[in-house]
Design a protein around this ligand. Sequence first.
Ligand code: HEM
Length: 508
Amino acid sequence: MYTVGLQSAADAFLLASLQAQLVIALVLLFIIIVFGIGAHKDDGHDENSPVFLPGHPLLSIVPFFRKRFDFLNSGFRITGQSLFQFNLLRDTVVVVSGESARKAFFANKGFDLTEGFKVLSGAIPMVRGVTSDLQTRRIALIHKRLSAVQKNEPLNQLIVPILEDTQRVMDSWGSSGTFDPFDKVYELIFQTTVRSLSCAELADDPAIVARLKKLYDKLDSGTTPATVLLPWFPGPSMIKKLLATKEIYDIVVRAIDARIASGISRNDSLQMLLDAGDEKLVVVGFIMGLLIAGARATGTTASWLITFLGGHPDWRGKATDEIKRLLEMYSPPESTSAKPSLSSHLASIPLEAWEAETPVLDAIIHETLRVAQPHTAMRRNLGPEVSIDAKTIPSGAYIMYPFSDVHLNPELYPDPWKFDPGRKEEVQTAFGYVGWGGGKTICLGQRLAKVELKLITSMFLLGFRYDVVDSTGKRPEPLPQPNWNDILLCRPAKGSCYLKYERSELPL
Ligand code: HEM
């Protein structure tokens, strides 16, 4: 469990004088320099080893934290190789690209996602009893429960609450206005993700949902070179992350305890976990871990999807027609005079139709993931040593595969930055599209994410007329482009992209 006294230790540290923090920072710098220089191992020129990034081992990796997309691209450019390596202090990281590397990366049994993510992401502090003890067995159980949430019946039962949450949040936007989709649409997705993956006690309380989102944002924004390179060092960022993790943990545990104490059974994911008799660590791990995994990726996708449609009226029209066709089929106009809300109207479309009768929405989601999901897959080679393109990936090394290698490759996707859901589906190369992962690591929340995206997009398209505008209120030329250097949300430059909306009165 959380070590007793962590909170007071953290508070004390944050309140420590500037002087003390400066001394610590200098010591830290010293450690980094000593260890960093010692870690560069490019002396042997072993021709079986991937080439090292040239330059000072520490300075050359600074952009890894700040501008990862540029860093990886320039690594390939500078080395002129399809594989290169660099050191994160004592750890070796190999970045790979190209078809044979993809095949090895996605298929190799020794390449472990959890180990790679844990070290290279630095997003979630490892707290004994909360995050670091989620070994393979517990993670497997969490994945099993996640697939249970997405079986036909539970997923079907999520449609109404997701639509109702969306209706409530959209009503709060008023009849017209301008907002940043990367704030507002993401907030909406956060709400529906809390609804889908946790419990009514949290999802019914907008203040708690807002607090949770703020805390998860703190975890994201608190990821610094220090938290990745020296995760054990209690620097200010790490302390802030620990405090945020602890508060999230407390909120989740309070909700679980309240449910157990009430003795009332509710129809949600928490109940499913409790009824399965899972130990508390699994229940907490499910909610804490999947909330962030689910909300971030789905939030990025939804924000960009709605923005892209704002700039592409042709595809917006096709998607709107598709949803209206489904409504005509499954929700013929009522003879009563009372007009149903948009959410209850859409709720009459069954799950099977959302999944199997929406080729336009499917194509739009597919293309959004290609062009606006800035994922770099991370693994650790748990052994044995592997050869990729005649270069050795030692046991224990970390391996990275940037999805831009395929998704932004002009040979596979001509004019790759162009949003064009009409592209031909099949790319003739192994793992030519990895929007939901590939090989042995396929997204386990895919079914829920797709349904959530379709429901929210439908509510937005039928509920509002809207345009993409810049900070002056004019349509930006060119339209905003996804920023792959923002590794979490892919947000364009702050202030460059807004949606101007007006509620529409569609005949229902
Ligand atoms: C649009 C939304 C989403 C996208 C684009 C997405 C994409 C991905 C991708 C590309 C991977 C593979 C990562 C890799 O190989 O490094 C992955 C894995 C995963 N995703 Fe998602 N995801 C989304 C939503 C979700 C949601 C909502 C959940 C949970 C409810 C989820 C749970 C997971 C899990 C547990 C894994 C790890 C699978 C494993 O360890 O084998 N994802 N996702």
